[in-house]
Design a protein around this ligand. Structure first.
Ligand code: UGA
Length: 340
């Protein structure tokens, strides 16, 4: 198979490219603005990389869509601070640019595997979010955080409709707080500049206080990247057509932890890296108001647990890496790179 990955240098794209090249005989055609996360892929004869921007390189993208069997459009802004600060950029890239790609997949009858998001469930009050049953609940328009969730939700609906009415072959997958090596830049000191895990690791290394938004009682189910990628490979394989026109939550319901609990766990783990122990001891956990941290347009999700019976049944997939093991692997990558 020829697989097209748009945004191959991103967190998911880089891990997926590497997994495809090492575990399968498929070829990868790929584009991104940078290539710093692809060092292990670039030397492979089956990796065909183009350094560029999907919005500017439209002809290249169209050629590859025609050439490839499966298309994964992974280009998106995915950090909550950006949803509030740059909602229109989120709309233009996450929605508009991706809609154009989806339409080309319809036009050239190509299979698309599209990243939906756990964020589509928003503030649903369900104790487990179910792909087929849960309501998708977002806040009022002035709560701009929801532009990401609703952009993705509308694309989910568009893809579903193209599938149902025009035969588009698709799979939607919903990552639940995937984390691991190469997530975000831990050296980006900007508050909200990255997702919570990388933000906290950066805070601890620099001896800065950790900001617990709203007191840190909100919970997330952190899912190690290798578990997520295993699900994606199964989705691409599509054995017995199991992923055809389906939506899958891909998350780890066992590893539900509060944000305060995550901070405490990280403090305990990073203390074992002697070069950082001093700075970690300087760090305090500070409660901060959400509007003060992110701006008035922010609204949070208190509980976000995936139902994964569908992925388990259709894909024969279960997450197998627990949070502590996954965090150790992640910290080894960031803090001890020579060991990776
Ligand atoms: C994330 C992002 O929207 C996407 O990466 C993705 O689509 C989705 O969820 C997912 O991966 O499932 P969220 O979990 O809210 O959303 O984003 P984080 O930045 O990782 O924040 C998690 C929680 O930590 C939030 O409640 C946030 O308020 C809190 N937080 C964040 C802090 O308490 N302190 C910080 O310094 C940063």
């Amino acid at each position: 198979m020829n697989i097209l990955i748009l945004g191959a240098n991103g967190f998911i794209g880089s891990h997926l490219s590497e997994a495809i090249l090492t575990q399968t005989d498929w070829s990868v055609f790929a584009i991104d603005l940078a290539q710093n996360k692809l060092e292990k892929c670039l030397s492979s004869e089956r990796f065909h990389f183009f350094l560029g921007d999907i919005i500017k390189q439209k002809e290249w993208v169209t050629e590859q869509i025609k050439r490839c069997d499966v298309i994964l459009p992974l280009v998106a802004i995915a950090t909550p601070a950006a949803y509030v600060q740059n909602p229109l950029s989120v709309f233009e890239l996450d929605f508009e640019a991706n809609l154009a790609i989806i339409r080309q997949c319809v036009r050239y009858k190509k299979r698309i595997i599209f990243p939906s998001t756990s964020e589509v469930y928003g503030m649903s009050t369900d104790t487990e979010f179910d792909e087929e049953k849960s309501n998708l609940v977002t806040g009022p328009i002035h709560k701009e955080r929801w532009i990401y969730s609703t952009s993705k939700q509308l694309l989910d609906r568009v893809i579903y409709a193209y599938g149902k009415h025009q035969g588009l072959s698709y799979t939607l997958f919903r990552p639940f707080n995937w984390y691991g090596p190469k997530l975000d830049d831990i050296f980006n000191p900007k508050q909200g500049g990255s997702r919570v895990l990388t933000q906290f690791i950066g805070n601890l290394l620099r001896g800065e206080n950790i900001m617990l938004v709203g007191g840190g009682g909100q919970q997330r189910c952190f899912t190690y990247i290798d578990d997520g990628i295993r699900a994606l490979i199964k989705i691409i394989e599509n054995k017995n057509n199991a992923s055809h026109q389906q939506i899958f939550n891909v998350g780890n319901p066992q590893e539900n932890i509060s944000i305060r609990g995550l901070a405490e766990l990280l403090i305990g783990l990073i203390k074992h890296y002697p070069q950082y122990a001093n700075n970690v001891n300087k760090t305090q956990l500070i409660d901060v108001d959400a509007a003060q941290y992110y701006g008035a347009g922010y609204q949070d999700v208190q509980l976000r647990v995936p139902a994964i019976h569908k992925a388990s049944e259709f894909l024969n997939w279960q997450p197998i890496i627990n949070l502590e093991k996954g965090l150790r692997k992640t910290l080894d990558f960031y803090l001890n790179p020579h060991r990776c």
